[in-house]
Design a protein around this ligand. Sequence first.
Ligand code: COA
Ligand code: MG
Length: 290
Amino acid sequence: MALLNPYWRVMTKLSLRRSLLYVPAANARALDKARTLPCDAVIVDLEDSLAPEAKAAAREAAVAAIRQGFPGKTVALRVNATDTPWGAADLKAAVAAGPDVVVLPKVSTPEQVVAVSRAIGEDIEIWAMIESCEAVLRVADIASTAKIAALGALLVGTNDLAAQMRCRLTTGREALNSALSQTVIAARAFNLAPLDGPFIDLEDAAGLESQCRHAADMGFDGKSLIHPSQIDAANRLFSPSSERIAWARAVIAAFEAEPKAGVLAVDGKMTERLHLREAERIAAFALQAG
Ligand code: COA
Ligand code: MG
């Protein structure tokens, strides 16, 4: 029974967000295929992947696809920014379709998040895209709207950000490290999920692996993906390793055996109650990820 599970308190706050697959709303075949893929979330896209002439028809296709559903997945709709000719109609479509999440691109102020949250209602979570220099400079203010709006995540738009910074977007992303890290810190400060941008070289599996590992090491919960071939790497690299799960089990068992202890040695390492909380989070994650 769920309530008897020792991790239930942590689990209620967990939702897997390792692999977030973008699907252009104009691509009916890809929308169908997405239902069969093992990604944690599908982001039906009305923004960058569509030409202006395709936007209106794609909006209708997006509403139909979201109503049809993507069983077992978080369903997100990426709308166009509110100051574009399509933004207002996209938000209306979101309310009509009822996705779990609206991905809001080109956020640069906290007021934009609050206004959109009021427009779509608190049943739909917002993932704010951090993809401009203005957004990075105000990322803490944007994250703080979680106190008054249904903000659930900060999603870094690495391509738009690199374009505005005029930096070189290498696999190691040295030029973006500061922005990526600031986004993780702001997200965690307000209990939001930090989510990474996509890796666009579909031929470079090793590059994708190293970028997923780097993002997971930085604290991101998951990564935006653009192709089905990228899902397995993200699911694997944003999950705790078997060694980490074994460590978590050992720490939990050690504190169960000595419930009054504040500090213990587990496998020869100093282990405090802060490690126990981390171990419980990992155990809950492993349970949810199966
Ligand atoms: N979601 C779901 N299915 C996808 C997919 C995606 N993002 N990308 C490709 N597929 C499907 C194809 O429909 C094809 O399915 P099929 O075997 O049933 O025919 C299969 O995967 C193989 O596709 P492939 O031929 O390798 O890719 P492609 O050349 O058709 O498309 C892209 C390449 C990059 C155009 C495509 O992957 C894409 O549009 N990605 C998302 C882009 C996007 O949303 N960008 C905005 C966010 S950055
Ligand atoms: Mg973009």
